[in-house]
Design a protein around this ligand. Structure first.
Ligand SMILES: Nc1ncnc2c1ncn2[C@@H]1O[C@H](COP(=O)(O)OP(=O)(O)OP(=O)(O)O)[C@@H](O)[C@H]1O
Ligand SMILES: [Mg+2]
Length: 345
């Protein structure tokens, strides 16, 4: 019997409640404080070799721009129907404008997106080429980012924007990709809300007192300082992370193994991945988990139910290339399909 078969009865029991929570996702107001990234994909057809240098010349076909990093969490929340306010930094450049336009087209409030002329909008540009009738292949990736923290003045400005919005939102999500938005004053302001969900690549201890954290396994291992080789180590890591952060709950996402939820009361629950086949691209799945988990909590779900909905949402986006989003309708359908016939997944 697979993990999922063992888990299925729990899912069956929870289904009516889960469907109810999904129906109220649209009522939630969420403030996301994040390191905003733009993912760019430039694709062209190979024409010939250059005479200037031994390189390919591509004929440009299409440029796609998709929210990445913390911007992916913002976008995921909006596509799940939430009312989203974003706080973060972009540069004074076309990429920052593109991100703002994508957000505004989805009804996201971008007033808290500050322009810092001294830094570029964090951008990851993939250049990919294909010959006639051949698969597209990435050739090079060009990253734009700053290694400097924003000035003290900008940090304080961000903190003020957060403070002004706290009373109007149901939850605060911190999406920290280590790009400089989440400095001490910003975190301090965020933590004044009583429902704070933290997804950070590093330094979980800086968010002491937040409600729930969602590290992936490598992030959890880095934070505790030892490899998680088996279930005993996993349990120990969960407990150590709860001590380190003083959080109510710790949700460790474990890729194809699903996720494990540890509570400050000493309870541990494991949720298997809901689909093991048709996994095309797991990029950004963590952002999707955070988004669905947050909206479920706002809907009144328990942490366990919220984790299940996070897992469900992730099982949908891993079927799509690049960072992706899902919707309440897709989640309802996926839940029904899961309970109907597992073999189709
Ligand atoms: N290979 C996989 N097969 C099935 N489900 C997966 C797979 N990888 C990820 N998932 C689902 O996505 C969830 C989050 O994945 P993961 O732990 O890789 O997050 P992450 O590393 O934070 O992602 P990212 O940082 O790219 O957003 C998992 O808990 C699981 O539900
Ligand atoms: Mg992640």
């Amino acid at each position: 019997m697979t993990d999922f078969d063992t888990f299925k009865p729990h899912l069956e029991t929870a289904q009516p409640q889960l469907l109810q929570y999904l129906n109220t996702f649209q009522n939630a107001k969420i403030l996301v404080i994040g390191d905003l990234t733009l993912d760019e994909f430039l694709t062209g057809q190979v024409e010939r070799l250059s005479r200037e240098a031994p390189v390919l010349i591509l004929r440009h076909e299409i440029t796609q721009q998709i929210p990445g990093g913390g911007a992916n969490a913002v976008y995921n929340l909006a596509k799940l129907g939430a009312k989203v306010n974003v706080v973060g930094l972009v540069g004074k450049d076309a990429q920052g404008e593109a991100l703002r336009q994508i957000f505004q087209a989805s009804g996201i409030d971008t007033q808290g997106m500050l322009v810092d002329p001294s830094r570029p909008t964090v951008t990851k540009t993939r250049i990919a080429g294909h010959a006639r009738q051949s698969v597209t292949q990435q050739i090079v990736r060009v990253d734009r980012k700053s290694d400097q923290l924003p000035t003290r003045e900008i940090q304080m400005q961000l903190a003020e924007i957060i403070q002004a919005q706290l009373s109007q939102v149901d939850a605060v999500v911190c999406s920290d990709y280590g790009e400089g938005v989440l400095t001490a004053p910003v975190i301090e302001a965020a933590l004044q809300h009583d429902r704070v969900i933290v997804d950070t690549q590093k330094a979980l201890h800086r968010y002491q007192g937040a409600t729930v954290f969602t590290p992936n396994l490598p992030e959890a291992e880095q934070a505790v300082g030892y490899p998680v080789q088996d279930n005993a180590f996993l349990q120990r890591a969960g407990e150590d992370l709860l001590k380190l952060t003083q959080a109510q709950q710790m949700l460790i996402t474990r890729g194809e193994e699903g996720m494990s939820l540890f509570s400050a009361q000493g309870e541990t629950q494991h949720i298997p991945a809901f689909n093991r086949t048709d996994v095309f691209d797991v990029t950004g799945a963590g952002d999707t988990v955070v988004s669905a988990l947050t909206l479920a909590l706002c809907a009144g779900a328990s942490f366990w139910e919220a984790a299940i909905l996070g897992n469900l949402a992730a099982s949908i986006v891993v079927r799509q290339f690049g960072t992706a989003t899902t919707s309440v309708t897709e989640m309802q359908e996926a839940l029904a399909t899961l309970l109907e016939d597992v073999s189709v997944l």
